[in-house]
Design a protein around this ligand. Structure first.
Ligand code: DGI
Ligand code: FE
Ligand code: FE
Length: 185
């Protein structure tokens, strides 16, 4: 799948606000890929597609978790978590995409221990793209230019903090990823 094909798909699939967010993630992921010497085309493609399933039918996504033997724990937590791993499955089924791109999409919400650099770039870019506005985002933006792994940890800390304040359940993998990257020198 080319970037142009991906853009056309996303423009017709997502509402305008989410599409604008997506363009911000593309811009940021491209910049981080250049900074850290990763494949710019893969970064742009993964960013363009990352929220593909954000508004996909919830019941259909839950069925895909069962059919594809994804982590069954996903079904016991917020449905917001589904769009990353299920989006990766849907895109992988329908289009010819590199495994690296699919992996970055799959891991963009909770992260995963031992993520590739491309996974990390998308994970961080999603949190710091120019349309994101929350306290501390500028610190995260600065950190992302200095250390990708430090930015992964700081992004996870922000997410966990946000979930704690909302008193919602925290998906165990989010914590596992946080612990993993906190221990990475
Ligand atoms: O899709 P985006 O909004 O661009 O960003 P995202 O893919 O990081 O998804 C963020 C949503 O996922 C947000 O509503 C919080 C939720 N989320 C992220 N990690 C966890 C989580 N929800 C729960 N319950 N537990 C988590 O660990
Ligand atoms: Fe997302
Ligand atoms: Fe996103």
């Amino acid at each position: 799948m080319t970037y142009e094909q991906a853009q056309a798909l996303i423009e017709r699939t997502l509402p305008e606000k989410r599409y604008i967010h997506t363009l911000g993630v593309v811009e940021t992921a491209e910049r981080l890929a250049r900074t850290y010497g990763e494949d710019v085309d893969q970064a742009r493609l993964a960013a363009m597609l990352h929220d593909y399933a954000k508004y996909h039918d919830r019941d259909e996504m839950r069925q895909i978790v069962l059919d594809e033997h994804l982590d069954p724990l996903l079904l016991e937590f917020d449905d917001e978590l589904l769009h990353a791993p299920v989006g990766a499955v849907l895109l992988d089924r329908a289009y010819d995409l590199d495994a690296e791109v699919i992996s970055a999409i799959k891991n963009h919400t909770t992260g995963e221990p031992g993520m590739s650099r491309l996974d990390q770039i998308l994970f961080v870019a999603d949190a710091i793209e120019p349309n994101r506005r929350y306290p501390g985002v500028d610190v995260l933006r600065d950190l992302a230019d200095v250390s990708l792994e430090a930015a992964v940890v700081a992004t996870l800390r922000h997410t966990i903090d946000y979930l704690l304040k909302k008193s919602v359940r925290i998906f165990p993998q989010t914590i596992t990823t946080y612990n993993y990257y906190l221990n990475t020198p």
